[in-house]
Every structure is written in C-alpha cells, then in structure tokens.
Design a protein around this ligand. Structure first.
Ligand SMILES: NC(=O)c1ccc[n+]([C@@H]2O[C@H](COP(=O)([O-])OP(=O)(O)OC[C@H]3O[C@@H](n4cnc5c(N)ncnc54)[C@H](OP(=O)(O)O)[C@@H]3O)[C@@H](O)[C@H]2O)c1
Length: 330
C-alpha cells in the first residue's frame, strides 16, 4: 500500500520537498494550494534546480483548500505544514481539522520557535514532527519552483522521543533521502530544539537587519564592519541564552557566529533574507516565530535578549504603521 503525504502550503519549500518525496514509487504526494491552485491543477509544478536539473512534478491530487482535501476521504500518513508561520494572522492548525487522524504524523517545515505548540494542543492524538531546513528556494510565478541551493533538512519528534514518533520520523527522513535529499537527517527531540535555536540565531540576526537597513543583502551585511559586529552580537546573544533556556549545551559541531558570518561573506550572490522579500512585497513578516517567541521563551526563564527585543519592537511598529497607512481614509 502507498504512503499518503499531504502538503499544506505548497509554495517554495512545500513544493520543492514534495517533489523530492514523490520520487519514491511507494509514496503518493498530494498538495493543498491557494493562489497557485489553477496553475498547479492544470500543469503541476516545474522545478528548476542547479542540483537536480529541471523537471516536472504532477502531484497525486491537487486541492484548492483544506475542506476539499477532507472530501477525498484519504487517511493521511503525513501532513507536511509548509505555510509561512504567522500566528498573529492565523492559527493554521485550525484549518487542518478533519485531516488528522490517530496515525497521522504532522511535519512542520517552518522557521522559528514555538511553531509546534498549536498543532500539539489541537491534535493530541497525532504525532508531531518538527523540521528545519537550510535551503534557498522561491516560487517566482505560480507553479514554478526555483531551487537555488542547499538541501539540508533535519527533523525530530516533538516534544519528546516516543518510540512511534522516532520510527515515523526516521521513515520520513528515509523517504527524503531516497528522493535524493542527501543532507536529510533524523534528530532526537532535544537536538532538534537546539537546532531550532541555532537556526533562529541566523534568522533573527539576518532577517530583521536586512529590513531595518533598507534591504541589504546577506553578504553585504556580513562584509560591512559595523553590520558584522551587530549580527555577531545578535547571534551571540542567542547562543548564550538558548542553552540556559533549554538546559542543554549546543552540540560541538554547530557553527559559531564567526563561522556563519565568514561563510556568508563568501557568497556574494545578492540573496536577501525572506523577511526582507516579504516586507518588499507588502506581506506580513514571520516576526512572532523568529523574534517574539524566542524573546518570550527566554523571558519565561528569567532571561532578556535586548538586541532581539529592539529589532522586534521596531519591526512590529513598522509593520503596524504600514498597515494603518494602507487603510482607506474615510
Ligand atoms: N523559501 C526558502 O528558501 C526557505 C528556506 C528555509 C526556511 N523557509 C521557511 O519555510 C516556510 C515556508 O516558506 P516558503 O518560502 O515556502 O513560503 P511560500 O513560498 O510563501 O509558501 C507558503 C505557501 O503556503 C500557502 N498557504 C498559506 N496559507 C495557506 C492556506 N490557508 N491554504 C493553502 N495554502 C496556504 C501560500 O499560498 P499563497 O501563495 O496563496 O500565499 C504559499 O503557497 C517558512 O516558515 C519559511 O521561513 C523558507
């Protein structure tokens, strides 16, 4: 019998990893689309990648919304959530009601901290797997996925390592590896949360700083001595607080702030962080999961992160001002 995987949020990341999972003969991959529904329903996805070449992918089923997916009556083995994590806009877990059964594993491939909680609370009978990816992908037009570089993806059970969650996590990881994603690896629940904090250090430094500096690209930020000092300060603030919040030290093989920034300096591709791209397109930024939740999780344990807090306050106000200015004047 085939494994049934449903991708909720078939944008850059969801469609890219969905297309790789679909290379397994015993896996059916279906998608819930939104604005790209008509294009994907008619022609599927075309994926362009320097690593995998150019290929087409027609999902097993293409749905226009979650309620349509419910009507298909499939028992989903995995529901992959790859929407932007915007808890201040919408609780996406609510939209999955009717799609999750006892045997379903929900895989969250999203940036940020605290993204798992709403799913765990709403679906206590399901398995929740938390995943983080280092990847650069975009959907420049509907149904066209441009994979630029990197395919590192790690996933782990949340919140703890039950035998069944560990087994399902390893199975999912094997499907990625068999789909050609060589850098996929299964982590324990504890290591996964440390990795989330580590990734947050990169995101919380690069993303807000690009927006606040008027759209500076990653390499230019790392090459500017004052920006370098600022980015290193943000990363180190998180690297200092995270082990205190989680009660665990970072593994020795996780990169230091200097290593991250030196590698960023060497990639003058002009690439900009996703938050800057969202801001430039007038979209909501993932402020709560990248800045707000880390600040709150640290504060619950008695720690402050003043550099993060400054950027959070400034960007929240900028976003609020823009929304208010865009309302029609009566
Ligand atoms: N792109 C990257 O290179 C990258 C790298 C690492 C991590 N990430 C993280 O991965 C996550 C996904 O990012 P992404 O870049 O793939 O975002 P994206 O391209 O915007 O894809 C998200 C998709 O979810 C869809 N969606 C949102 N709400 C929906 C709903 N209610 N029903 C159906 N579809 C819905 C969006 O549809 P619409 O187009 O209609 O809004 C969009 O197609 C984020 O947390 C991001 O930070 C991204």
């Amino acid at each position: 019998m085939s494994i049934e995987i449903l991708i909720f949020g078939a944008g850059a990341i969801g469609a890219f990893y969905g297309s790789r999972l679909a290379f397994n003969n015993d896996v059916n991959v279906s998608v819930i689309c939104r604005s790209n529904y008509n294009a994907v329903k008619s022609n599927g996805f075309s994926v362009e990648s320097p690593q995998y070449g150019d290929y087409k992918w027609m999902p097993t089923r293409t749905f226009s919304k979650p309620t349509e997916a419910q009507k298909a009556g499939v028992n989903w083995d995995y529901v992959v959530v790859s929407t932007k994590a915007l808890p201040d806009v919408n609780d996406d877990s609510e939209l999955l009601q009717g799609l999750i059964s006892k045997g379903t594993a929900i895989v969250l491939i999203q940036n940020g901290l605290g993204v798992e909680e709403p799913y765990m609370k709403r679906f206590p009978e399901a398995i929740v797997l938390s995943a983080v990816t280092i990847c650069s992908a975009a959907q420049p037009n509907h149904g066209h996925i441009k994979h630029n570089r990197w395919t590192r993806i790690n996933s782990g059970p949340y919140p703890e390592n039950s035998a069944e969650a560990t087994r399902r996590n390893e199975l999912f990881n094997n499907y990625l590896v068999k789909g050609g994603v060589k850098d996929a690896s299964a982590y324990s629940a504890e290591k996964m949360q440390l990795l989330r904090w580590h990734k947050i250090a990169i995101n919380a430094a690069m993303n807000p700083s690009s927006v606040l500096s008027g759209g500076t690209d990653n390499a230019s930020m790392a090459l500017d001595p004052d920006m370098y000092a600022h980015l290193k300060g943000v990363m180190e603030e998180i690297f200092e607080v995270a082990p205190k919040v989680t009660g665990k030290p970072f593994p020795k093989d996780f990169a230091t702030a200097e290593q991250i920034l030196n590698s960023t300096k060497k990639n003058p591709s002009g690439s900009k962080p996703s938050m800057q791209i969202d801001w430039a397109e007038g979209k909501k930024m993932e402020l709560e999961v990248i800045l707000g939740n880390p600040i709150r999780l640290a504060r619950e344990k008695g720690y402050e992160m003043p550099r993060l807090h400054s950027m959070y306050a400034l960007l929240k106000a900028a976003q609020r001002n823009r929304e208010e200015n865009s309302k029609p004047k009566l």
